[in-house]
Design a protein around this ligand. Structure first.
Ligand SMILES: [Zn+2]
Ligand SMILES: [Zn+2]
Length: 241
């Protein structure tokens, strides 16, 4: 299985990442990727970018070094009602929108509260992907989460950095979530969540976990370019229509 799409990457604009868009595109090109997503954190992250920075991505070329650049954001979930730190009118203009729970932005709630926040955010049709839902700092009702992803056509991320450098203790949760996705036929997306260009396209640990549970390949949305494009076309994302 070859993954030629990695839609979750951070640039220096995130405040705690170390590469530029050009460096990310160069690495993506070197690795033969077809799509690379630029998804800096939303403004509530410590030293995160201003909303103008997120919106101004329209000036970034569509193709750099032969790699198509998807302009996006990893927005922060701010409350249990699913409020995000990027307004809908900005999210609407982007190619890819991730939403995630980050403990530097909010205090974790209990299982019920964390689950409610994710379910609410998935009702926002601008949200494409829930980033790292297996984070043990934000325990959730995994089955409710997966069923809501199915109902709302939201992608469940299997985040490779959760098995390397971030969110220690994620593996069991991610495995459970992936098994539930398999059971309920809910698509997942594997992403690097790179914070330095060397890690762009690095998803081997996420893929190993999916191989381990014998995840059907057709449920890995970015294992096939047509499947990935069709998914976003069906979501009426303007870039793919
Ligand atoms: Zn994140
Ligand atoms: Zn991230």
């Amino acid at each position: 299985m070859e993954i030629l799409i990695d839609v979750h990457n951070h640039t220096i604009a995130s405040g705690h990442a170390y590469s530029t868009i050009q460096e990310i595109a160069a690495e993506a090109s070197r690795k033969g990727l077809k799509y690379v997503g630029i998804t800096d954190h939303g403004p509530k992250m410590i030293k995160g970018p201003h909303i103008y920075h997120i919106r101004n991505q329209r000036i970034i070329p569509r193709i750099i070094n032969g790699v198509e650049i998807l302009k996006g954001v990893e927005s922060n979930i701010l409350n249990q009602e699913g409020k995000l730190d990027v307004p809908d009118e900005v999210l609407e203009e982007l190619d890819i929108v991730l939403a995630g729970l980050h403990d530097v932005c909010i205090e974790p709630w209990d299982v019920e509260g964390n689950t409610k926040a994710l379910l609410k955010v998935m009702e926002n049709e601008n949200v494409d992907i829930i980033s790292h839902p297996g984070n043990p700092k934000f325990p959730i009702d995994k089955e409710k989460f997966v069923l809501k992803a199915k109902e709302t056509n939201t992608l469940v991320e299997i985040n490779d950095s959760s098995f390397r450098t971030s969110r220690e203790g994620s593996k069991e949760n991610c495995r459970d979530i992936a098994l539930l996705c398999k059971k309920h036929r809910v698509p997942v997306i594997v992403n690097s969540d790179s914070h330095i260009s060397f890690d762009v396209g690095r998803v081997d640990k996420a893929i190993n976990l999916l191989k381990d549970i014998e995840m059907p390949e057709e449920l890995i949305i970015n294992a096939c370019i047509d499947r990935f494009e069709n998914h976003f076309r069906d979501k009426r994302k303007s870039r793919f229509i």
